[in-house]
Design a protein around this ligand. Sequence first.
Ligand code: NAG
Ligand code: NAG
Ligand code: NAG
Ligand code: NAG
Ligand code: NAG
Ligand code: NAG
Ligand code: NAG
Ligand code: NAG
Ligand code: NAG
Length: 896
Amino acid sequence: MMDRRSIVSFGFLLLLLFQLTFEQLEPLSSPTEGAALFELRSSLGLRSKEWPRKADPCSWNGVQCENGRVVGIHISGFRRTRIGRRNPQFAVDALANLTLLQTFNASNFLLPGPIPDWFGQQLFSLRVLDLRSCSINGTIPSSFGNLTNLTSLYLSDNRLVAQIPDTLDQLLGLSVLDLSQNSLTGSIPSWFTFLGNLSSLDISANFFSGPIPAGIGNLSKLQYLNLSNNGLTSSIPAQLGNLSNLVDLDLSVNSLSGPVPSDLKGLRNLKRLIISNNTLGGTFPEDLFQNSLQLQFIVLSHNNISGALPDELWSLPRLRFLDVSVNNFTGMLPNFSLAANATPAELYISHNMFYGGLTPVLIRFSFIDLSSNYFEGKVLDFMFNNASLDTNCLQNVSNQRTFEECASFYTKRGLAFDNFGRPNSTESGGKSNKNTIILAAVLGGLGLILLLALVLISLLLCARKRRNSNRRGNGVGPAPAGGSPSHPGVLINFSNVGDSFTYQQLLQASGFSDTNLIKHGHSGDLFNGILESGIPVVIKRIDMPSNKKDAYLSELDFFSKVSHSRFVPLLGHCLDKENEKFLVYKHMPNGDLLNCFYRKTTSDDGTLQSLDWITRLKIATGVAEGLSYLHHECDPPFVHRDIQASSILLDDKYEVRLGSLSEVCIQEGDSHQSKITRLLRLPQSSDQGTSASSTSVCAYDVYCFGKILLGLVTGNLRIGASSDGEGKEWLEQTISYITIYEKELVTKIVDPSMIVDEDFLEEVWAMAIVARSCLNPKPSRRPPMKYVLKALENPLKVVREENSSSARLKATSSRGSWNAALFGSWRQSSSDVTVIPASSGARVEGVSSLKHSGTTGSQGSNHNGGGDFSSSRRRQSKEIVPEPLNLQDVERLEHE
Ligand SMILES: *[C@@H]1O[C@H](CO)[C@@H](O)[C@H](O)[C@H]1NC(C)=O
Ligand SMILES: *[C@@H]1O[C@H](CO)[C@@H](O)[C@H](O)[C@H]1NC(C)=O
Ligand SMILES: *[C@@H]1O[C@H](CO)[C@@H](O)[C@H](O)[C@H]1NC(C)=O
Ligand SMILES: *[C@@H]1O[C@H](CO)[C@@H](O)[C@H](O)[C@H]1NC(C)=O
Ligand SMILES: *[C@@H]1O[C@H](CO)[C@@H](O)[C@H](O)[C@H]1NC(C)=O
Ligand SMILES: *[C@@H]1O[C@H](CO)[C@@H](O)[C@H](O)[C@H]1NC(C)=O
Ligand SMILES: *[C@@H]1O[C@H](CO)[C@@H](O)[C@H](O)[C@H]1NC(C)=O
Ligand SMILES: *[C@@H]1O[C@H](CO)[C@@H](O)[C@H](O)[C@H]1NC(C)=O
Ligand SMILES: *[C@@H]1O[C@H](CO)[C@@H](O)[C@H](O)[C@H]1NC(C)=O
């Protein structure tokens, strides 16, 4: 029953549908128009595919009928038949017989030749004419003035010449006029003023000359005005400020002069303002941006505008792009921070005369070009990424102006130059000469010492390198003495390291163009690309001559051995070419940690904020998982060697996928055999580690990871990359705020851009403590990665249980070694790190010992150990990982 009923209703539906379609496709009723369409079909050489001979013309692709009459023809982008292609012409005479035609759209369809005059004497019903990119030449026919029904006229990207005919002043209904990208000449007609319905006027990229008629200011409906790329002269008429509906104004690349009129402040709805590449001058009007709350995109570059930028400009709520470079702007940056809901933006203010210190007003900008100004003082922490600072007067930045330039600039303005942060060396008067000589002598002496030191260091480095390479075979990939795996080149099984792509495929996917370039990585250039299947990828191009030859092989080797969700997936490779090799990775939507740290946007406008705490903890744990896998679950263990913020890639859910795997190697000397030798020669090697530790031991990764943790806590991820004096100083200072005794102290270093609830403060504190322990100067005293992971997975346990035990410790232990208490449990079970190959069992032990840290901690601190390990094993552990995390040096600092 049910079946029959549903069949009946289904049939009824079909009937209805049929009727509906039938009604819509009312056949063409006018034989004249039918004949005209067939004539058009053959004169243009249209194909049966689009206009099938047998079907009713009203059903043809792009033919629009109403009541059996043709009202619209859309042949844009159609292809001609082979014959039609042979001699394409502007042959549309048949249109004349379609007397009700309202729309003719032939954009991107070749119609070489001039527009016929009769257009304007016949197609009276025409409302929309779109002849963009049709290769039309000749002039705009003056008969067009008769097409008074026209609302949209698009003639851009053709070869039209001569002036715009004055008859067009009759097209009072025109709403869109687009004559851009032609070779039109003459001045902009003043009768444009009459076209009161214009909402969009584009005459850019022609050869118009003369002034902008002030009357354009009367076009009250205008929303889009583009006069760029012409030869317009004279000044910007103040009347343009009357265009209160204008959204987009582009006057760039002309020869406009004079000042920017302050009246432009009337453009209340403006979103884009582009007046670059003119010869505008004068002082910039202070009140210009009073009302322009909508402004998003501002380009004033390549003019000669002077004066200061109005304060409002910096705090425009929707700003995304600000370029005032190559002008004569001056002044200091305002010193305020923006509302939290300000959009992130890019800032280009190079080649001006800005000066003074850098201020928090710059925080909202994700890219900053300040080069060729006179900024002084320190570079702010958040400018770790994507800031161009050359040719200023900044402290501790390379490529700055000379002292003389800076001092003279500041002196001229009656200001004192901070002399790059060094004590003032010049004093006025006669004394200065003598002083300079003494100074020069001192500097010379210092230079000599520095030179000697450099030579010494490089000698040492060379020696060390040679030793390393001896140890690692000929420096070709990891070839440890213990001898299990991998002389790359030979043994890699490519079948399980993704697809093999051809060069053509990759070329198609990316083109390796500059626009697709992500960055020049140290092991190759990285490009965005999209595979034919539509999958977005990142392609690494490795230039063979300029790179360590087999780095890509050792990376492939790594992928052939390791597959774990914490590493960026390798989709394939292309090794066909002699001089270039390619590795293809899955694209990570959130880029790397450095990029996305300050960029997370929530709404359409986007609010500038840094990653929240939960995400940061998630990222830290993710990285720890990846490293823990490398260090403890691979046999022999791998060392990543390049842990820094830019190596931590994030997928769409902010899950960590470690990248930058070209440096991965097998832990130096890590085989069972060499463990014994290491045991024997431990004393001196651990001392060595204090100064410049080898990078091919797991402890090196732990140290780098410590920097990441500290970066996540403080927001300063830049330290990951730098190891210069400044970085070290910052590190020491910051670490001194991390102590197990006092939670509140950590708030002094917590990233100010992160809102931390009281609930989370303990977790932040815990992460800081873990960071500090990872940053122990002695490699042997850094905690093994798997315990770091445990601690991050249970951050509260770290601080809560430690707190109670540390209180006890404080009373009993004179040295107050909080870290011994914290990681006492780690030390006890650390025997299995080095002796027992890692297993899931070991992980469980880690958990349980952590749980009991409250009780075992105090025992651990006086080397008694506890519970379930045999004493011989414990002795080994003590020797291999002697005294966990004694940060005496740093703590000494703390007590000073
Ligand atoms: C178009 O109409 C004119 C008369 O207005 C007629 O002479 C001509 O033959 C028609 N063309 C077609 C293709 O029907
Ligand atoms: C003409 O057709 C093209 C292609 O379909 C389309 O992009 C364009 O918007 C059309 N022009 C007008 C005025 O609708
Ligand atoms: C317009 O183009 C056609 C075909 O390309 C050419 O034959 C003709 O000379 C051109 N006319 C003008 C005025 O440039
Ligand atoms: C404008 O089009 C209407 C039909 O849509 C027509 O009646 C009228 O005559 C046209 N105007 C002119 C000036 O041809
Ligand atoms: C406008 O049309 C009329 C006849 O419809 C014609 O006489 C006149 O020449 C046309 N104007 C132009 C400028 O072509
Ligand atoms: C201008 O546009 C309005 C609304 O779109 C319309 O009513 C009016 O007729 C137009 N003016 C002319 C002269 O076409
Ligand atoms: C503006 O001028 C500069 C310098 O002449 C030039 O490099 C730049 O390409 C110009 N911009 C545009 C949009 O033409
Ligand atoms: C730049 O502005 C200063 C005043 O701030 C003026 O003295 C100087 O002449 C200007 N330079 C140019 C090239 O206009
Ligand atoms: C010396 O430098 C300080 C800032 O570092 C500045 O305040 C002071 O005015 C300078 N003195 C002279 C004589 O330049």
